[in-house]
Write a protein of this length. Sequence first.
Lengths: 319, 315
Amino acid sequence: MSNKGLSTAHSVVEPTLGSKRFAMVIVVLYAVITLVPLVWIALTAIKSPPDSISYPPKVLFTPSIEGFCNLFTTRSRQTEEYIRSLPPPADACERAARANSMVIVSRSNYLPRFLNSLIIAFGSTALSVGLGVMAAYAFSRFKVPGKDDLMFFILSTRMMPPIAVAIPIYLMYRELGLSDTKLGMILLYSAVNVSLAVWLLKGFIDEIPREYEEAAMVDGYTRLQAFRQVVLPQAATGIVATAIFCLIFAWNEYAFAVLLTSGEAQTAPPFIPIIIGEGGQDWPAVAAGTMLFLIPILVFTVLLRKHLLRGITFGAVRK
Amino acid sequence: MNDRLGARLAQSTPAPLARHVRGLSDRTIAWLFIAPTMVLLLAINIFPLIWTIRLSFTNFRANRPNAELVGVGIDHYVSILSDPDVWGPMQATAHFLFWTITLQTLIGFSLAYLIDRKFRGHGFWTTLILIPMMLSPAVVGNFWAFIYQPQIGLFNYVVSFFTGIPPSSFEMLGSVKLAPWSIIIVDTWMWTPYVMLICLAGLRSIPDYIYEAAEVDRASAWRQFWSITLPMVLPFVMLAVLFRGIENFKMFDLVNLLTNGGPGSTTEVVSITLKREAFEKWRTGYSSALAIILFVAVFGLANIYVKALNAVKNR
C-alpha cells in the first residue's frame, strides 16, 4: 500500500484495487446472507401450506395465493355434501378453500389491525412532530433557563423500559377510559416519539441561520410569522425526515401494543404472530401478513438513506 | 432571496431593537412552544412514574383494584435485592448484552471498514445491508421462530448442509444451551447494520490529510490503523455501544416472541420477568419496585457512560 504514496497526494488514501475487490466480495456476501430471511418471508408468502412445511425446505414450488387468502379470511371445515350443494365458487380464494373442504366464513381481523396501525402511526407522528417542532424552535432560538437539563429530561423519558412504564399507564388508562383505544395509543406513542422529534428537529433548526428570521422581523414580521413563513419552509426536509422516523417507530412498536391493546385498538405487530390456522400457525398467512407490513418500511428506508444516521443517533452524529 | 435578506441585515437595526416590535415577546413564545411537550411528557411519563414509585411501597394488585391497600414500606425492594432468583434474569440479560454488543461491534466495524474502501456500488450494497434494522423486531422476530423450527425450518437445514449434523438433532429454541444463542443471532442480524452505520460515519470523519502525513512519515498500514483509525473512530463506536446497550437492556419483543423466556427460565431477561410479575402474576406492587430498580440502573449506567463518552470526545 505504501509504495503508492509516490504518485499524487490524493492517491495516498485511495485504497488499492486489490483491497477494493476483497472488500466488495465480503460486503456483497454479507448483504446476500443478511437478506436470506427476508427472501424466505417473501417465498413462504406465496407457498401453499403443505409446501411451506415440507422438508427439505422447498425453493422451487408452484406459487399459491392461499397464504394471502388465509390472511384476509376465516374459514370453517364442512362436509363434502354441503360443499357440493353450494353454488360455484365466486373467486380464487373460495376455490382454494373448497379444495381443502373448507368454506370462507368471514373476513379476518388483519385489515382492521393494519388500519389501526396506520391511524395510530400517522396520528402520533402528527402530534409528536407538531409539538416537537415548536419545542425544538424554542430550544434552538431562545434563552430558556435550564435548557440543557430540560433537553436531557426529554431524552431520558425515552430510556425507560416500556414494560416498566406500561404498568402505571395500564392503570391510568383504565381510570380514564383510554384502555384499548386509538386515542390512548396515539398519546402514548406521541410521548415516546416527542423526545426523538425535539432532538432531531433542534439539530435541523440549529442549521438554519437565524439571520433569516431576524431579517424577516426587520421587514415587519412578528416572531410567530417569521417562524411560520421563514423557519418552517427552511426546515421542511428535516421535518419530513423526522416524521418518517416517528412513523417507523410507531409502526414497528410491539411492547406497549401487546400489553395495552387487545381488540379495538390492536395494531398489526401483536396481531401477526397470533394468526393461526387449523392445527398450529398458518405460516404462509403469517408470511403474507409480514410482507405486506414490511413493504412500507422498505420504501421509507430507501427514501431516508441520507438522514438515517442522524435519525438513529438522536442527531448526535450528523455526518 | 438570501442575498436580499443578507443586504437587509447589513443595514438593519441592532438585534435588541428589532425584537419586541410587534406580537408576543420571545419569553412568552418560548414557554408557549415548550409547554405542550412538557405537559405531554409529564402526563404520560412522569405522572405514571410517580404512581409506580407510590405503588412500589404497597401490596397493590391490578387485578383486585378494590382490595384494601396496605403499605409494605421498602419490603419489595429488600426482597428483590436479596432474592437470589432475581439474579437469574440479571445474568440472562448480562449474557445477552455482552454477546450482542461484542458481535455487533466486531462485525459492524469490520463491515464499515470494508465499505469505506469505496468500491464500485458500495452505496447500493450499504442500503441493502441496512434493511433489517428498520423492520419491526416483533414481526420479523416472529418469523425467525419459523426459520428455527427443527423439522421444517431453514436454519437447521442450512447448518446441516454445511456441517453434516442431522437437522433434527438440535433445536435452537427448545434447548437450554442453544436458546440464548438463537436470540443473540437474531438480534445481531438485526442490529449489526446500526453499529456499522455509526462506525462508517466515524471512518468518514477522519480527514485525509492525517493519513497523508502518516504516509510521509512512512508509518505502516498496520500502524496507521492502530494509531489513527481506531482512536478516531472510538467515540463513534462508544456511542453505538451506548445506544445498543440501553436498547438491549430493555429487550422485550424478540425474546417474548422467540422463546418467551424459556425453556424454563434460561432466556428470561429482566423485561420478561417484569411482564410475568406485572401482567401474569398481577403482583403490581412488587413489579413496580422492580421497574424502579431497573430504571435507576439504566439511568445510572447511561449517565456514567455519557460522561466517559464525553471524556473520550474531548481528549
